[in-house]
Write a protein that binds this ligand. Structure first.
Ligand code: ADP
Ligand code: MG
Length: 746
């Protein structure tokens, strides 16, 4: 039985316009041990015949038998198997991997054959010695002469150790002296193999040929046996599958092999990484900005670190409880004047105006200011230090410093005292993205601000002459104010109140004051000890006559009792945690205090859930669309970069690498690239976060915005994109036979 047998085999080339014949109705039988030399003029079909024999190209008609087996039903995979088990190719133009060294070119075959690392070295060095290239073993293939290149190709065919060696004009591109060596080498390695050589120069091979074939116009004109050959008992060829380790070896070599390709790929992937990051950020920022936007209506500070608590039984918090809560782990701050956090204030003086401030912490806690100074002993209680978001110029600072501002909250509806700004803190890198300036004031100011806001938010009921008048809908228009002249339990009211009392006299009557707000309800029963009119207001209360019309509806009460009504206790507080991810540990501890707990995260998403949902849905669609667009842009750029490597992939296929191997090699290579790009980018981002490089506040904000979760999501998106790119590309590579791919690249 012949090793190869062709019966009436024809090969046609189908071009766009016409069909041309490669060769026509060839009948041939080839055996192991033969050294067949094919000659014929150019275009007679020699190369086409070799390619069909070596399974690099398909045929149209007839039947090719391999070891007696029909091949007309062969799939691409069967051909792959055939090639890797049977065929060693030597080409006129060598088809070496130019960026590999001599050693690596030969080693590649063994790696693809699943050879173990420790066996490889010995074998490679042996054949390198055989083809006399030991001196050049670490020279890149691109630096070799034609003869040397062909010797590498022969060595490669030799280590592949296949029963068939096919050489298409192996001496066509090399000088005569080298050609002699090549023919001899070919002969030497041909023992027990079938060697089929195509040549223009029959003389070079006549010494070794056992059979001569002449082709003409696609047909065999002469087929002459020159020498008898020995019968060879053929063993079925052995082939091991490539191991994962070998794939990794080849792929890693390819990553760094061609510097320019490596840098281009990293650049493309780096830009891809940035694009995915910024798209992902704008998706999340949309949600975030939305959250910021809504807070101006409900909660001024909607930080995820904030928890609001009040007692289930509506009782106030005691100082001991507050101290205990401060000690819970992960608690950063307990803010008693919770309501002030959600009241935006405006500071105004003749020459300047400062918007969006929140009055909070005690001035005594401030350690350092950028402009101005810290408070000292001589200061009155109306001094303040302001922390401004953004940059403050010296000029601007001078406009604020030592000016007395009127301080109003809730769009000017609540007016409190005047404040003198003595110091300015600048907050350039606002990691928490809270847009408000912070006012640090004395306890007095803080307390008066709290009173005023509580008064503003409270419903007040006055009981006079057994009738209840409410501040919401009242025929009795009244106001309540503290005054030092009033002793506890008593009230001094305007004479105008008399009309609501029996006999038009309210003096020595009781007046009840009840207040109710979101946090608490309380009341006082007072005794009207005196009243005042325009003439007596100065004597009794110290106001001028003109001021009477400002106070003619006012109930004056004792300052301490006034405080008890509007400022005495803490009914609601805000607790800030250090780490919002561990917020549940804190809420668990707080449960012990019999409190209602509102996590700011829940509150905000409940109220504005639907708007938020819409924004994020839109954002998500936009995110996905941009990822798809990015994918295609990236794919086309990578396609161009890898175009120069198509020859490499075809070479791998002639050496026995199949579709899966190629796909894996490409995948590993691109995955290594994307990982390098990703690590590069995240490293830069982390360095920015820790303010080691690039002090740009936008990038800093961006970097603080990302959590581990975000890094993982983006990583997965990038990996999936890289795999899709590799698969799409290798699918395209396998559109045609090996030869048609080679052709495309010429
Ligand atoms: P040889 O190697 O003997 O010079 P080839 O096998 O290369 O001859 O070519 C045989 C015939 O097939 C020629 O007529 C040539 O024009 C044609 N041919 C070869 N390759 C192609 C191709 N890729 N497309 C179309 N026709 C081809
Ligand atoms: Mg040819």
């Amino acid at each position: 039985m012949s090793l190869l047998k062709l019966i009436n085999v024809s090969k046609f080339y189908h071009n766009k316009k016409n069909v041309s014949t490669g060769f026509n109705k060839v009948n041939l039988s080839l055996d192991q041990g033969e050294f067949v030399v094919i000659t014929g003029e150019s275009g007679s079909g020699k190369s086409t015949l070799l390619n069909v024999i070596s399974g690099l190209d398909s045929y149209e008609e007839g039947e090719l038998y391999i070891n007696g087996e029909e091949t007309s039903h062969y799939t691409e995979k069967d051909y792959e198997d055939y090639r890797r088990k049977y065929i060693g190719n030597i080409f006129q133009n060598f088809n070496l991997v130019n960026s590999y060294t001599v050693y690596q070119n030969i080693e590649l075959v063994l790696l693809l054959n699943g050879e173990k690392k420790r066996n490889i070295k010995k074998k490679v060095l042996e054949v390198i010695d055989l083809v006399k290239l030991t001196k050049f073993k670490n020279t890149k293939a691109s630096k070799l002469s034609g003869g040397q290149k062909q010797r590498v190709a022969i060595a490669r065919a030799l280590v592949k150790n296949t029963p068939i060696i096919v050489a298409d004009e192996p001496t066509g591109n090399i000088d005569i002296a080298s050609a002699k060596e090549i023919t001899k080498l070919l002969y030497e390695i041909s023992k027990n193999k079938l060697v089929v050589v195509v040549t223009h120069n029959y003389e070079q091979f006549s010494e070794y040929a056992t059979r001569q074939i002449i082709m003409h116009d696609g047909r065999i004109m002469l087929d002459k046996k020159l020498k008898e050959t020995e019968e060879v008992i053929d063993e079925p060829p052995k082939y091991k599958n490539i191991t994962l380790l070998n794939k990794l070896r080849i792929a890693f070599r390819n990553v760094f092999n061609i510097k320019i390709k490596f840098f281009l790929l990293i650049l493309v992937y780096f830009i891809l990484t940035i694009s995915v990051f910024s798209n992902y950020t704008s998706l999340n920022m949309a949600t975030y900005n939305n959250q910021m936007f809504k807070t101006s209506y409900v909660f001024n500070d909607s930080s995820e670190k904030r928890i609001i608590i009040n007692k289930k039984d509506k009782s106030p918090f005691s100082e001991e409880e507050i101290e205990e809560m401060k000690k819970i782990s992960n608690v950063k701050e307990v803010v008693k004047d919770d309501i002030l956090i959600d009241s935006i204030s405006i500071l105004e003086c003749a020459s300047a105006k400062i918007w969006d401030s929140v009055i909070t912490n005690n001035i005594a806690n401030v350690k350092k200011v950028k402009y101005g100074r810290l408070p000292n002993e001589e200061d009155t209680s109306n001094v303040a230090i302001i922390k401004i978001i953004g940059t403050v110029s010296k000029n601007e600072a001078e406009k604020y410093l030592n000016n007395t501002f009127s301080y109003t909250t809730n769009n000017g509806e609540v007016v409190t005292r005047d404040l003198k700004i003595i110091g300015i803190i600048e907050e350039k890198d606002n990691a928490e993205l809270i847009y408000n300036n912070t006012l640090y004031v004395s306890n007095d100011i803080l307390s008066s601000a709290r009173t005023d806001i509580n008064l503003f938010y409270s419903d007040i009921e006055v009981t006079l002459n057994n009738k209840i008048y409410s501040s919401n809908d009242s025929s009795l228009y009244f106001n309540i104010k503290p005054h030092d002249a009033v002793s506890p339990g008593n009230a001094i009211v305007s004479e105008d109140f008399n009309m609501y009392c029996k006999d038009y006299n309210c003096l020595k009557k009781n007046i009840g004051i009840n207040i109710k707000n979101n946090y608490y309800a309380t009341g006082k029963e007072l005794y009207i000890i005196d009243n005042f009119k325009e003439k007596t207001i100065n004597k009794k209360l110290g106001f001028t006559k003109e001021q009477y019309y400002e106070y003619n509806n006012t109930i004056f009460m004792n300052p301490d009792e006034y405080k008890q009504l509007f400022n005495e206790n803490t009914y609601q507080m805000s607790i800030y945690v250090n780490d919002e991810r561990k917020i549940d540990n804190v809420t668990k501890e707080l449960d012990k205090y019999n409190v209602n707990i509102y996590k700011m995260v829940d509150m905000t998403s409940n109220i504005f859930g639907s708007i938020l949902g819409f924004v994020t849905l839109f954002g998500k669609i936009r995110f996905i669309v941009s990822i798809i667009v990015l994918f295609f842009i990236c794919y086309f750029i990578i396609k161009i970069i890898l175009k120069s490597r198509n020859t490499y992939f075809s070479t791998i296929r002639t050496l026995g690498g199949n579709k899966k191997v190629l796909n894996d090699l490409l995948n590993i290579e691109l995955l290594v690239d994307i990982n390098i790009a990703y690590i590069l980018f995240t490293t830069i981002l982390i360095l920015i976060r820790h303010k080691i490089i690039l002090k740009i506040s936008y990038l800093y904000q961006l970097s603080t915005f990302f959590e581990l979760k975000d890094y993982i999501i983006i990583y997965i998106v990038l990996i999936v994109m890289s795999i899709l790119i590799a698969n799409r590309y290798s699918k395209k590579l396998f559109g045609g036979s090996v030869m048609s791919n080679y052709r495309e690249n010429e």
